[in-house]
Design a protein around this ligand. Structure first.
Ligand code: ZN
Length: 339
């Protein structure tokens, strides 16, 4: 009996020694200490042991059990420690490896220019208003004092959805829609995409962007218009910038003017950029025509106002000295990365 116990104990310890996994240790526990395990079967054969020997044998079985259990626990702890060390070794981070490249995009030149213009006018108390790109002929032309057969329709030839609906050729219809709401005074800019049936070349595109501004209040004069646009030009192109107003004609304003700014490249002395003139044309403007006010339900004897329109692409091209408008639409990453 004693030899049998000794053998069981030694076998168990040997197997524990040779174990390299937790599952293996569990199997050993079951095989030796379990309900049907070898040590248990020794206890079951106690009935064959003479009664006076039983306490001694019982003690030996318990000792063997304690030793095996002890060794099992030690082996388990040692395996767990090894596994943890292995995990730590595997998860070591090599800080000398090159970092993963993070490809962050950035704003398109048009967007940068738009945000800049919006920042300037919002700073002067203007509201940014948007409107539909598909517009009624009524809002795009008629209510802007451009009746059917008006020659200005040729210059602004656009895409017709049907006789009454067009792709807007300017963002002015947004101004009409705002005036019609009748909440005065108005200080707004309307940025957005517009359409003309132009061929694509270095300075034209059938789809481009405008930012138009409108101010309506009592006692608004041409002096307000000049002061506002002079400030705008200084903010956009630098504090030394001067403005020049040249008389012009637009159907929706009277009087009307085109505005030039001193060339920000040469400061006005003349260079290749300004074609030697020292001036660069940037926008059109004027005092809102009484007919336009009247058609939107505003009394021109009580209220007056001014309006202006600037091409967003023109600002972007000037600001970044880009010489071909098509570059803005080609989405060539080599071009766009430069801004
Ligand atoms: Zn110049």
């Amino acid at each position: 009996m004693k030899d049998q116990l000794e053998k069981i104990k030694e076998d168990a310890l040997k197997q524990i020694e040779a174990s390299d996994a937790l599952e293996k240790l569990n199997e050993i526990r079951v095989a030796y200490l379990g309900k049907k395990g070898e040590l248990t079967s020794v206890l079951k054969s106690m009935k064959d042991v003479p009664p006076e020997e039983r306490p001694k044998v019982g003690q030996m079985v318990n000792d063997a059990r304690a030793i095996i259990e002890n060794r099992l626990e030690e082996a388990k702890a040692s395996l767990a420690k090894k596994a943890r060390e292995e995990q730590i070794r595997r998860e070591t981070i090599d800080v000398t490896l090159p970092a993963k490249r993070n490809n962050v995009g950035h704003s398109h030149p048009n967007t940068i220019a738009l945000e800049e213009v919006e920042r300037i006018f919002v700073g002067m108390g203007y509201e940014v208003v948007e409107g539909p790109e598909v517009e009624y002929d009524l809002y795009n032309f008629e209510k802007l004092n451009i009746p059917k057969n008006h020659p200005a329709r040729d210059e602004q030839d656009t895409f017709y959805i049907n006789d009454n609906i067009v792709l807007r050729s300017q963002t002015s219809p947004v101004q009409v829609r705002t005036m019609e709401q009748g909440r005065l005074p108005i200080r707004m800019i309307a940025p957005g995409r517009v359409f003309r049936s132009d061929e694509v070349d270095a300075t034209h595109s059938p789809s481009f962007h405008q930012i138009e501004g409108l101010v309506i209040d009592k006692n608004i004069t041409f002096a307000d218009l000049k002061g506002t646009l002079a400030d705008f030009a200084k903010e956009l192109f630098g504090p030394e910038t001067k403005v020049k107003f040249r008389p012009h004609h637009f159907p929706f304003t009277e009087p009307s003017a085109e505005v030039d700014v001193t060339c920000f490249k040469c400061g006005g002395s003349g260079c290749r950029f300004c074609k030697g003139s020292g001036w660069i044309e940037i926008l059109g403007c004027g005092m809102v025509h009484p007919n336009v006010l009247r058609m939107s339900g505003i009394d021109p004897d009580e209220y007056s106002g001014f309006a202006f329109g600037v091409g967003l692409e023109r600002i972007a091209l000037l600001k970044y000295e880009i010489d071909d408008m098509r570059l803005l639409y080609e989405n060539d990453i080599r071009f766009l990365r430069q801004f």
